[in-house]
Design a protein. Structure first.
Length: 89
């Protein structure tokens, strides 16, 4: 999963990425919910977010708590992944 910030695409890495985090991302993309979440994204380039913690009710991933844009202590082997429900209302 990647996010676009400050004119640049980058990944989200997180040891504790969970379904609440994934649900926020899927809803932000227009899907009703996530069907799975993981940390097997294996992206490249900039890492934008780490330690993302969503309750599940946020409107977008940037509303969730995190360490700050560009602040991380992880590698791309911990990049977040999501799978969203294929049903779009």
């Amino acid at each position: 999963m990647e996010v676009f910030a400050q004119g640049e695409w980058g990944t989200v890495c997180d040891d504790y990425w969970d379904i609440n985090d994934a649900n926020v991302v899927c809803r932000q993309l227009g899907f009703p919910s996530a069907t799975s979440s993981g940390t097997d994204g294996q992206g490249t380039g900039r890492i934008w977010l780490d330690w993302v913690d969503c309750s599940g009710s946020e409107g977008q991933i940037s509303d969730c708590s995190h360490r700050g844009w560009g602040v991380h202590s992880c590698s791309h082997s911990e990049d977040a992944s999501v799978e969203c429900s294929s049903y779009i209302p």
